[in-house]
Design a protein around this ligand. Structure first.
Ligand SMILES: Nc1ncnc2c1ncn2[C@@H]1O[C@H](COP(=O)(O)OP(=O)(O)O)[C@@H](O)[C@H]1O
Ligand SMILES: Nc1ccn([C@H]2C[C@H](O)[C@@H](COP(=O)(O)OP(=O)(O)O)O2)c(=O)n1
Length: 236
């Protein structure tokens, strides 16, 4: 409230546990904008692949399952739903089976081509409907919306990210296991051939290790306002 309205696209990228989802959702809510969680889309396709029994290494089969999955991703920051043929899979896509398989599925070039096209369609629709959208993922500033008005690359120490993730999952005792998983997925996502995780040359890097969520939101609001992306009253 009282922050003004987002005009254009804010792209938030970065590794797991840096706070992309939390920050993107809050920023979109504060600025009356839509919110797109692209990781949820890769996770939902991964769930469809696991359910189909397809071999994760069978690139053609995985791509065919992705095309037939009936995926729909909502953009309401207060309730962003992910459905497969109308079935809400928001909880299941956060489970360990999907988390284990999502990196290889998201490295599939045909899957990326399909989802990037869908993400661009969602962005264009949001811009014409409400004028602003916050999009988070790994390749938003580099591939999906290279002309975004603001690109932010979130970072944080791996151990801080593992602590956040473990707390989120209610597994405080297994920080070391979560840390290993976070580091494995970072390495995989950063080294894949297609759209590897890396900051766009014109992205602003924001280290969230020592910031709480309110601090991250304040920094993002300042950056968006500084880029002239916020119309109307800016704070107070
Ligand atoms: N700056 C922060 N300080 C403390 N906890 C945070 C911060 N950012 C995120 N978290 C917590 O860490 C967990 C992972 O955050 P999330 O937004 O899902 O990260 P990402 O989308 O980058 O994987 C969530 O439980 C969230 O509440
Ligand atoms: N734009 C995107 C978003 C996610 N991915 C891949 C890489 C990630 O390991 C998985 C899951 O992304 P998600 O943001 O849900 O993951 P975390 O919340 O960080 O655990 O999807 C991607 O390749 N490109």
């Amino acid at each position: 409230m009282g922050h003004g309205e987002l005009r254009g696209v804010v792209a938030l990228d970065g590794p797991s546990g840096t706070g992309k989802s939390s920050a993107a959702r809050r920023l979109a809510s504060a600025l009356g904008a839509r919110y797109l969680d692209t990781g949820a889309m890769y996770r939902a396709v991964t769930l469809a692949v696991l359910r189909s029994g397809a071999d994760l290494d069978d690139a053609d089969r995985v791509a065919a399952v992705a095309r037939d999955a009936g995926l729909a991703q909502g953009t309401d920051p207060a309730d962003s739903t992910t459905t497969l043929r109308g079935e809400d899979v928001g909880v299941e896509i956060r489970g360990p089976e999907v988390t284990r398989a999502v990196s290889p599925v998201s490295a599939n070039p045909a899957v990326r081509e399909l989802l990037v096209a869908e993400q661009r369609r969602i962005v264009a629709h949001a811009l014409s409907a409400v004028g602003g959208i916050v999009v988070e993922g790994r390749d938003i500033g580099t591939v999906v919306v290279p002309d975004a008005g603001l690109k932010v690359f979130l970072t944080a120490d791996a151990r801080a990210r593992a602590h956040r993730r473990a707390r989120q999952d209610g597994l405080e005792s297994t920080v070391d296991a979560v840390l290993a998983d976070v580091e494995r997925r970072d390495a995989y996502d950063s080294s894949r051939a297609v759209s590897p995780l890396r900051p766009a040359p014109d992205a602003v890097e924001l280290d969230t290790t020592d910031l709480d969520l309110a601090g991250v939101l304040a920094a993002l609001l300042d950056l968006a306002a500084g880029r002239g992306l916020v119309a109307g009253p800016v704070r107070g």
